[in-house]
Structure formats: structure tokens, C-alpha cells
Design a protein around this ligand. Sequence first.
Ligand code: SF4
Length: 740
Amino acid sequence: MANRVAYRTCPLCEATCGLRLEVEDGRVLRIRGDEEDPFSKGFICPKGSSLGALHEDPDRVRRPLVRRDRVHVEVSWDEAFDEVERRLTPLLDAHGRDAVAVYFGNPNAHNFGSSLAIRPLAKALGTKNVYSASTVDQMPKHVSCGLVFGHPLTIPVPDIDRTDLLLLLGANPLESNGSLATAPDWPGRLAAIRARGGRVVVVDPRRTRTAERADLHVRIRPGTDAALLAGIARALFDEGLAGAGALAPLVNGVREVREAVSGFTPERVSPFTGVPAETISDLARELASAPTAVVYGRIGTHTTAYGTLAAWLVDVLNAITGNLDMPGGAMFPHAAHEQPRRPRRAFRTGRWQSRVRGLPEVLGELPVSTLADEIETAGDGQVRALLTVAGNPALTTPDAGRLDRLLEGLELMVSVDPYLNATTRHADVILPPPSVLEKPHYDLAFTALSVRDVAHYSPPVFEREPGSPSEFEILVRLTAIAGGLGAGADPAALATASLAGRVEEAIADPSSPLHGRDAGEILSELGERPVEERLLDLMLRTGHRGDGFGADPEGLSLAALERVPHGVDFGPLAPRLPDALSTPSGLVELAPRALVADLGRLERALDGTAAGGMVLIGRRQLRTANSWTQNVPVLVRGKDACVVQLHPDDAARLGLADGALATVRSAAGTVVVPVEVTDVVMRGIVCIPYGWGHGLPGARQAVAAAHAGVNVNVLTDASATDPLSGTAVLNGIPVTVTAA
Ligand code: SF4
């Protein structure tokens, strides 16, 4: 095949950059940022240019594997599905549905085919043991937004392109490229704030690359962000600076918030957080006086004992400074495919609890921090089998060493995954999905978190290998097995039946533009594409920009998106309240009872004695996407990336020099890791990046094994959690450090 150029959205992180690929004969010659992409405008990071290497990776699993006598051997697709049925069905019959757990990894959020198929799969399994990467670090935001705005996916994002003041906490977008706030080129966008006379303030225990580019870096003790935010709120009320502005008629509970934060004077909060009281008051005044301002918090604030409180107080500050739903403040994206979020019922968590520790269900999931308990503890409902889809929990979840040991003892493990890695080495059956360049792409999740109103669709760059199913088809076949239809059921017929069901639902829904229409006519208009693309088309055409199947000939459809390979930019975000709210009152509920009550727990902690000693925090790195890009040579070359950062005073006290090996111990485990002596961390902080710890026996990732690093999650403790979300505490874990 001659040289050609293909355009696609990068699926590796939340920034959703447009890429321009030059390809020839099934190979990628070169990848550049797509300068004509209206959102990313040519921005690319080192990971984006590695998609060709991921596609061509000789270690990528291309055919199904079944483990026989502890060795993974290639089998046909039919044999692999037969093996799943042969072993799963009797297990379900003997032990019930909860005996099978599922774990959905982060890449599912970047893949509309699997996004559309994993929930039906979990439903067909009928298990309460549903886990995902969201429960590692994201559930606090879902819980707080569910309680405050009525829906856990109604998440405001910082309008960074128009703000005059950005206050970031526990976020390092120069490494992560942003999370729960989709914006290609964070470096450029942050620089633009300062270039137009605005300010960027970063609160972080570490002087991150983001902090280095800020106007002000405020050091904070790990895990205390919620107290700082409450202190800022108290200062705003005290100084008469609080007010919801034009939004006031839509906000319930400002008085209750005022009462709830009354115990958080800056002077009282200061010793707990390590932030001077004067700085807390100054931050309050800055937020109140800036023409527009926005507070944004991410992983460092969520993975703490007060994660849901921190997530909530971010939105409290945005609301009481008049910056919620305002240009330059915190705004609600409106994805083109978004369907109406009705009826208005009170958002609830804890509709069931985990069997062993009683942790709450959120969004139909249990915290993965308790998966090991559910495997290890005998009794009715004990987990005996695990299905993972694009997940590597043996590396990326708290107390991973324990989970890794327990996976080997499962009666059955099935993994949909392109690699034989730390987790899937335990799998009895591995079902490999197509490569990142063999799938079509539309961002179902991240257009709903985007700082501009955009839409992109990319067709596959390469065709799949002959006979290889799409990820959607793999998951549909697993759904058929889980639902008792057997491995021989026709996946195309099942998927088409499910599409017809979705169309019937829309036709019956009075709020849908399809209400009362003819199902046959709609199905015929959806054409003959793969079913996952027809489902996407259905969502786009019934979304708020959709063509409504003829109602608006200028409206959006998948075909219309295909005609714009660089994507469409519909403009900056527009105010959406009250329409975006789905609380029973139809208002912003700023003081939900559960959150106000939990603030008492934080207030009681304020006056406790801080434990002495060193504490562990995690670290994000630009060249890694959690655990799965470390097999790309260009992303791991250069000096050792997996090192523990120690302050020079701590290193001197411990007798550790740069490059020396240190033993880091926590209650959960021990790692031995090279030292980097640097003052980017505060005294008392021990900082290790995550996503490392490769090269385990049975894994097949040669490059990653040669750059193995250590797994920080051997040290993290799954038993300490944020009670409202069940999210494990990953920051501020007590550790000891000695020379190895
Ligand atoms: S910033 Fe994210 S989306 Fe953009 S190229 Fe890098 S990995 Fe891909």
C-alpha cells in the first residue's frame, strides 16, 4: 500500500490530542501532532508518538492464549471461548453469581467499543463484585458530584482558557496531561493564563514541574487538602467575601456550609496542613477578588482519608466565590452524545456493601481495595474467579503484592488484554483485543470532561488481523457465555438485538427525539456498520447536537463526524445550570448531609498530633500511562525513571547518596529502590512513581522487564479508606527508609 496519512485521536491519556500518522504497508512511518486539530492544534507528548511502537510491539498478544501446565499456549478463538464456557458455567452454577468478580481497567474509558460492552457484560454476570480503576482514585469526585449536582457524571471542569486565577491542588498536568479535565497542551494553556495577566497557584507537597511554572507554589502536608479548602471557605465567610453571585437562586445550603466550616479557622488549619494561616487567608482573598477564578483538585486530593470532602470543597469554593457555571470558572461540559439524565432521583451510594469489610457500592462498583479480601475470605459469595478487561490490578491497585499472590489461587481467571503482564500471567485464558491502531475512536468519556465543546471520530488506521474479533465482539461473546447462551451464540445477532432494544427504549422515552418513531425506520437509517458504531451513531443523533434522524438535517451524526477528520470545535463551554442538574430539588445542593457530617471527622483530626516520621506519596510521569507503556523502548530509555525522591536533609540523616539503594518499608510491604536526592520534595516525604514493578515470572514484556522498577503499590495499604467513597489512602502512608 502506498504512503498515506491517517488522523486519529490519541487514546493514551485524557488530553485527547489529534495525531497525524504517516503509514505505509501496515507500518507507521511517523507520528506528529495534528496541527489542524482545532482542540490540540499540533500538541503531542512522547507517548503519542509511540502508537506505532505499541502497534508493532513483538510482545503484544495477537492470538488467544490458554494456560496449560502453567504455560500459555496459542489456541483458536473458538477454543478460547469454549474454554471460558467450560470452566465458568459450572463455577457459576455451583457458587452463584458473586463468585465471579470483574475488573475494568482505565483503557476502557478510552475505547468506546468496550465502554459500550462492559456494563452489559457485568449485568449478564449478575455479580456484586464489580471493580474498576475508577475506584483507585476517582470515586470521591463521583460521590461529591452525585450528591451536589444530582448525577455522579455531572462533573464541572476548570475553564482554563478563560480564567484569571487557577488554583490547582494535588494535580500535576505537566506530567499527567490532565485528568477529569480534558485539555490538550496543559503547558501552553497554563502559560497562556499567565501571559494574559492571570495567575496560577499550585498546592502540592512536591515542587512538581507544574509547580515550577506557577506564580506561587504552596507546600502542604500530604492528605490535608480538604482542611486547607475548608480553611479557605471559612476565611471567605469571615471576611464577607463569600457569595454565589448570579447563581445564588440556584444554590441550596450556603448557610449550612458556613456553619459546617466554622471550626476551620486558618489559624487552626495551619498546623495540620503545614500552610501558614496568612497564606490561607491570602488564597481566600485572591479567589474572591480575581475577575474569574477556579479551583481544581485531582488525584493527590482524592486518594486521601478525606478524598470526598476535598472533592466537594473544591466545588464549594467555586460556588461561594461566584465562579460555578461561569466563564473562567468551573463549567459543565455538554458532550454531543450526552443523553438526558432523568428522572430526578436522589443520588445514592451504598446500595450494597462489600461482603467482608462492608465498603459502600458507588456507581455499581465496589472499591478494588477490598478485592483481595473478597478472594481470600471463605464463605458464601467468596470470589473464586476473575475477569479483567484492560486492567493490571496486580500492579496498579493498593496492597498489590497481596492481590498478586491471591490471583494465582483463583479457580478461573480470564483476561481481555493485549499483554502477558503482571496480572494476566495468572490468567487461564487471555483474549487479545485489536491494537490501538486497529480500532475506531470516539471519546465517550472525555468529551464529557472537556474544557471546550469538541467532537472527534477516527476510523481504524489499520484493518484487524483476519479472523480477529473487535473488542466489542469479544465482550459480547463473553456476555453470551455469562448469560447462559453459550460460547456458540452468534455475537452479531446478539449485538444487533441489543441495538434494537436501545432503539425501542428511545422510542418509548417521551424525552427522546425518537419518541413515537418507527423502530424499523431508525434501524435501517443506522445502516450496516459494526454494531458498536451504530450504537455510537444512535447516541450522537439523539444527543443535543444530533440530527434526530431527520429532525435537523444540519445536526450531528457519525457520518457527519467522519467528514471532518480533524474533529469539530463547537466553541467554549456555555453555562448549563439549572438544566444540567438532576437533584430532586432541581438546585445545587451545596451542603449534602453526608458530606457535612463527615466534615466533623476532619475537624476532630485537626487537633490530633501529627504522626512523626516519613510518609509516602506517589508520582506521575510524562512517559508512562499507568503500567502499560513501559514496553515501548523510546519511553523507557535514558536514566532510571523509577527512583525514590528524598529531601537532601533526610538523605544525609539516613546516610543515603544519590544512586544508592534504599529499603522502603510500610505496614503492607517492602521495596528496594535507587535514591534521587532532591529538594523538590519536602523533608519527611518519600516519593515513588507508580506503574512500575515489571519483569515478574511468567510475564512477557521484554523491554519492561529490562526496566522493571519497583511497584509502589506493594507499599500502599488497602485497609485505610475514605469512608464515603471507599477509596484507599494512597498519599501520606507512613514508611521507614534505610540503606539497603
Ligand atoms: S498528551 Fe495524552 S493524548 Fe496527547 S499525545 Fe500525549 S498521551 Fe496522547
